[in-house]
Ligand binder design. Sequence first.
Ligand SMILES: Nc1ncnc2c1ncn2[C@@H]1O[C@H](COP(=O)(O)OP(=O)(O)OP(=O)(O)O)[C@@H](O)[C@H]1O
Length: 246
Amino acid sequence: MNKLKLSDLEVAYRGKTVLRVDKAVFEHRKIYGIVGPSGSGKSTLLRAMTLLEQPAAGRMDVFGTVVDLSSLTHAKGLPLQRRIGYVPQKPTMFDSTVFDNVALGLRYRGTDRTAIRSLVTEALELVELGHTAKQRAHTLSGGEAQRIALARVLVYQPDLLFLDEPTANLDPYHIAIFERVLKAIQQTRDITILIVTHNLQQARRLTDECLFIHKGRIVENGSTEAFFTRPKSPELQDFLCGRMIY
Ligand SMILES: Nc1ncnc2c1ncn2[C@@H]1O[C@H](COP(=O)(O)OP(=O)(O)OP(=O)(O)O)[C@@H](O)[C@H]1O
């Protein structure tokens, strides 16, 4: 896959612009961290890129096509959306087995039973939860449920993986497993990963590059090492030191 490019994105709610991105480029097979204060526009950015929000303006160069995000119809967007794995902040499980929950996306796509079995097994192994296939999804712990939510999108082998605060409510043990799984995905899958996180240590451990969003703008971005050790903008310096006033 080529680079993913976003240009002139503008998202507004009730006439008020909450996000404006002139340009952002995401290279293939890298993990990107998206950090910033609450309400700065991080989730909005992911949702716009997942084609779940219709922005007032914006273009996305993705999968070899340039898409006008403001005029994209559901019918045109669906084939693109099916190549994007999006895990929202609070994923919900339906009341069935883990296997059925993970198989859901493939069933919508009309995949045959044999392929479903092997793809679900592979996705469950990848998130280190192969042994839970027959378990009721509601009996999983919070940390396991987050990884099942991840398996549910990995199963259809997306080219892009967008995660919105996937470890926000997890303890350090489950956070460590989740991060190990994401690293394994990066190594074994042909995929680009964007992760919104408030956990700065996690962004530092996990990502290749970071973006800092403040008041609906990308104020700074670059290699994770430079981002944390040599932040240039006063806003990012304040944010990293916990001095930022919202
Ligand atoms: N559906 C909506 N209707 C109106 N305003 C919205 C809607 N969704 C988000 N907003 C506003 O857009 C701005 C950006 O919200 P967003 O959820 O993207 O922030 P965030 O950086 O992800 O915050 P957090 O870290 O708290 O999740 C906020 O001011 C929020 O109130």
